[in-house]
Ligand binder design. Structure first.
Ligand code: S3P
Length: 173
């Protein structure tokens, strides 16, 4: 059950950090949103547009549950995935869950120009980011570990996670 599961807000860098971490640890990297797009044969935006968020969430639940049934993967999840309590519990039991944290101002900078995030299709995206952040961050904090990413380079964040993983394996954490 050596899975490393990255959770956190949209734009925090789960995919970039996850793929670098997987390279470093020689694990397979899986991005749940890519997997969902592959299975559905359409983009996340089109899934939302055509079938709505509820359908996306049920697909997301099934896809992620299936992904974590295999071992030795680094998984980057979509920012809303762990809002499903049942799915969060599955993830906590199937690997080490790492919350990549960032301040609101870092996230604003990273998300304001984003046009591929249906959750931010809103007349006031800044307000929407703030609302979702307030709602979600306390939930993300239930992860096994939280890492602050503000102002850090990808390489340093990857090293930090790798140290946690190695430390846990050695029974230090
Ligand atoms: C979502 C985040 C997205 C994607 C979908 C919904 C969310 O993934 O799963 O648009 O609810 O936060 P990222 O966190 O990779 O942007």
């Amino acid at each position: 059950m050596n899975n490393i599961i990255l959770i956190g807000f949209m734009g925090v860098g789960k995919s970039t950090i996850g793929s670098e971490l997987a390279k470093k640890l020689s694990y397979k990297f899986i991005d749940s949103d890519h997997k969902i797009e592959e299975i559905a044969g359409m983009s996340i935006r089109d899934i939302f547009r055509t079938y709505g968020e509820k359908y996306f969430r049920s697909l997301e639940y099934e896809v992620i549950r299936d992904i974590v049934s295999i071992s030795d993967i680094v998984l980057a999840t979509g920012g809303g995935a762990v809002m499903n309590n049942e799915l969060f519990d599955i993830l906590l039991s199937k690997g080490i869950v790492i919350h990549l944290d960032a301040s609101l101002s870092t996230l604003y900078d990273r998300l304001m120009d984003s046009n591929n995030r249906p959750m931010l299709d809103h007349s006031n995206p800044k307000k929407r980011i703030e609302e979702l952040y307030k709602l979600r961050r306390p939930i993300y904090m239930k992860a096994h570990h939280t890492i602050n990413t503000d102002g850090k380079k990808v390489r340093n964040i990857v090293d930090e996670i790798a140290e946690i993983i190695i430390g846990r394996e050695e029974g230090k954490n």
